[in-house]
Design a protein around this ligand. Structure first.
Ligand SMILES: [Zn+2]
Length: 129
């Protein structure tokens, strides 16, 4: 069982099946959508995902829509018009350790420093709640 939610908890999802695939996406659209260096996408069949709350939809291109929490703006999902599956934003996972990305999609668009995460010095956050 995997589940996730937005920052304000108005929008959440759950599924009882394992993801079809998990990967990073380095395209500029995913970067802007997430506001991060890259997106990590967790794919399921749409029919396997149950939603609580209704994410706000945004037509991001002629072939795909993206959704986010209408209250707090957390990116939630990417779906292509002609596909039956949906990519959920890994950042929404309640337990991200349950999935493992297997490739870098759109690697040609990747930011050069996006791969340096493990090489940087580590500092602890003081903000916890
Ligand atoms: Zn929210």
């Amino acid at each position: 069982m995997l589940s996730g939610r937005c920052l304000c908890s108005d929008t959440s999802w759950s599924t009882s099946v394992p993801p079809k695939i998990v990967h990073h996406c380095h395209c500029s659209m995913c970067r802007r959508w997430t506001g991060a260096a890259f997106a990590t996408l967790v794919w399921f069949e749409r029919s396997d995902v149950r939603w609580e709350g209704t994410p706000a939809m945004f037509r991001a291109s002629p072939i795909a829509t993206r959704s986010h929490c209408g209250r707090c703006g957390t990116p939630m999902a990417l779906s292509y018009d002609d596909r039956t599956d949906i990519a959920l934003a890994a950042g929404t996972l309640d337990d991200p350790e349950q999935v493992m990305p297997v490739h870098n999609y759109g690697a040609e668009s990747g930011i050069s420093w996006a791969g340096l995460v493990g090489e940087l010095p580590e500092k602890e956050t003081k903000e916890r709640w």
